[in-house]
Design a protein. Structure first.
Length: 480
C-alpha cells in the first residue's frame, strides 16, 4: 500500500513540475492552480500525509483488537444464543434456522464442519435423554449413558441436501455403529460419516459401553467460513452488486427481528438531540466558571465555585434525576417527566445532564487555567496594554485549548451512544435506551453493535483530536 502511495505521489510531483513550466508565465487561474499544487506538496503537507497514514494504521489495529475482544465476549463466552431466544422445546428446524442466521453453527476460527440439528445431539451430563431418541437396555447415571447389550437410536429430524453429515461420540468400551466396531478401554472420541439415506441411526454394543456425549456436524464448502470471519464481515463486507461495499451489517435484532442498522439509525437522532446541548452547555458554562474561579483565585468567588463543584461531583447521578423528576416535574409540574415528542421533553434531562457533569469539568478547567496564568506570555500581553477580555479569551483560552480538547474527546463518543440513565428514566428512545432494553432481553446482536459503534467513535474522534492539536498549538508538528 505504501509503495502505491509513493508512486502516486511521484507521478503528481512530475505533473506539478510540468504544470510549473506551462503556467509559470500565465495569469489568473493558472497561478491559483500552481499555488495550490505548491502548497499541497511542500514539506509540511508531506509530514501531514505521513502522520495521517501512521495514525490510520494504528487506528485499524485498535479496531481489530476491539473486534477480537467482542468476538470472545459475544461468541465464545456467551455460547449459543438459540436456547435463550427460542425458549423451551423448540423444533430442530427452528434451532437450525436461527443458528444459520446468526452463524453460531460455524466453527470458531477454521474448519470444514459446522454443527447441525439434522440429528439431535446427546449430552448426558444433563441427566436426561435428548428428544427423538430411544434407549434400550441402558440408563443414565452421573452424566454417562451406560449400555449393557443395549443401544441408542437417533431419528433424523430433516434432510441436509448437498452436505455430508458426521457424528462424533465420546465413549469407553465396545460400540457397533453402521456395521463398524469401535473398542477402547479408555475414554476417547470417534467420528464416522452418516449415509444420506440413513433415517434412524442406531448405536449399539454387543457387550458394555459408556457414552458421555454424541454430536452431529455437516460439511461446508470453505474452511474460512467461520464465526471469526463473520464477525469481521459485520463491520465491513463486500458484494459483487452495487454499492459493492457495506458497513455495520449486524443482522437482525434477536427480540424484534428488526435490522440492527435500522435500530441504530432510529436511535442515534434522539441521543444527539439530548447529548449535544448537554455537551456544549457543560463545556461553555464550565470554561466560563473555571476561568472566573482561576482569575479570582483565593477569593470568596473561587471558594464558592470550588465547593459547589466538589458537592456536584459527590452527588450521584440518580439523585439529580430523582430530585428533578419529583420536584420540578411532579410536584411543581414545570416539565414532563416521560416521553419524547417536543422540546419540552428535553429541557429537564438536559438541565440535569449539565448540572451533574459540571463539577468535574470546572475543577479540571480551573487547574488548567491556573497553570497558564503564571506564564510569561500573559504578563507580556498585559504589559502591551491588552484588555482583560483579550488576555483571557484570546491568549489564555487559546494556549489552554489542548487539555480542553483532550477532555472533550473522551465525552464526544457518548453523543452517539447516548446516556443510559437519562434516556431510561425519561423514556427517550435513543441508543442508551435501546442498549438497556437489549441488555434486559439478552439481545446480543444489538449489544454487540452498540459496543463496536462506541469503540469506532472513540478511535475516530481521537484521530481527529490529534489533528486538532496542531490547529490549537502551531508549535506541535505532526512528523513525530
Amino acid at each position: 500500500m505504501f509503495i502505491y502511495i509513493h508512486k502516486i505521489r511521484n507521478c503528481l510531483r512530475l505533473y506539478r513540475n510540468n504544470l510549473i513550466k506551462t503556467v509559470c508565465s500565465g495569469k489568473g487561474i493558472g497561478k491559483v492552480v500552481l499555488a495550490g499544487y505548491t502548497y499541497l506538496f511542500n514539506k509540511e503537507a508531506g509530514n501531514l500525509l505521513k502522520y495521517l497514514i501512521r495514525r490510520s494504521a494504528y487506528s485499524v489495529l485498535i479496531i481489530l483488537g476491539v473486534m477480537i475482544v467482542t468476538f470472545v465476549l459475544f461468541r465464545v463466552a456467551a455460547g449459543d444464543p438459540a436456547a435463550a431466544i427460542l425458549g423451551k422445546n423448540p423444533s430442530p428446524e427452528e434451532v437450525e434456522q436461527l443458528r444459520e442466521e446468526l452463524g453460531s453453527n460455524r466453527p470458531l476460527f477454521w474448519g470444514w464442519w459446522r454443527s447441525t440439528e439434522c440429528f439431535s445431539g446427546a449430552d448426558f451430563s444433563t441427566g436426561q435423554a435428548p428428544p427423538r431418541t430411544k434407549i434400550s437396555n441402558g440408563k443414565i447415571k452421573d452424566g454417562i449413558l451406560l449400555l449393557d447389550n443395549g443401544s441408542i437410536e437417533f431419528k433424523r429430524n430433516f434432510a441436509v441436501p448437498g452436505s455430508r453429515t458426521k457424528a462424533i461420540v465420546r465413549y469407553r468400551g465396545q460400540l457397533k455403529i453402521s456395521g463398524k466396531e469401535f473398542n477402547s478401554p479408555e475414554w476417547q472420541s470417534a467420528d464416522f460419516i452418516i449415509s444420506r439415506k440413513t433415517v434412524n441411526l442406531v448405536i449399539g454394543t454387543p457387550g458394555s459401553a459408556e457414552i458421555r456425549y454424541l454430536r452431529f456436524e455437516r460439511s461446508q464448502s470453505s474452511p474460512l467460513n467461520s464465526q471469526l470471519a463473520a464477525s469481521f464481515g459485520e463491520l465491513v463486507s463486500f458484494s459483487p452488486d452495487f454499492p459493492y461495499i457495506s458497513f455495520l451489517n449486524f443482522g437482525r435484532s434477536l427480540t424484534t427481528r428488526e435490522p440492527v442498522r435500522q435500530v441504530l439509525w432510529r436511535g442515534i437522532w434522539p441521543s444527539l438531540c439530548l447529548m449535544l446541548p448537554i455537551f456544549f452547555g457543560e463545556l461553555i458554562i464550565g470554561i466560563v466558571l473555571a476561568m472566573l474561579s482561576a482569575t479570582c483565585r483565593d477569593s470568596w468567588i473561587d471558594r464558592a465555585i470550588v465547593i459547589a463543584s466538589v458537592a456536584g461531583m459527590s452527588i450521584s447521578y440518580l439523585v439529580f434525576i430523582i430530585f428533578g423528576q419529583w420536584y420540578l416535574g411532579y410536584y411543581y409540574n414545570l416539565f414532563p417527566v416521560w416521553g419524547w415528542g417536543d422540546v419540552r421533553h428535553l429541557l429537564l434531562p438536559v438541565m440535569i445532564g449539565i448540572i451533574s457533569g459540571l463539577g468535574g469539568g470546572i475543577r479540571f478547567y480551573r487547574t488548567v487555567f491556573i497553570n497558564e496564568l503564571n506564564r510569561e506570555y500573559l504578563r507580556t500581553a498585559r504589559a502591551k496594554g491588552c484588555n482583560k477580555a483579550s488576555v483571557y479569551f484570546k491568549h489564555l483560552l487559546r494556549n489552554a485549548a489542548i487539555p480542553i480538547i483532550a477532555r472533550s474527546t473522551t465525552v464526544l463518543p457518548f453523543l452517539f451512544t447516548g446516556s443510559l440513565l437519562l434516556e431510561t428514566f425519561f423514556g427517550i428512545p435513543g441508543l442508551g435506551y435501546a442498549g438497556i432494553n437489549a441488555l434486559h432481553n439478552a439481545d446480543l446482536q444489538l449489544l454487540k453493535a452498540l459496543v463496536i459503534l462506541g469503540a469506532l467513535m472513540f478511535v475516530v474522534i481521537n484521530l481527529l483530536a490529534d489533528f486538532s492539536y496542531a490547529w490549537a498549538d502551531p508549535r506541535i508538528r505532526l512528523n513525530r
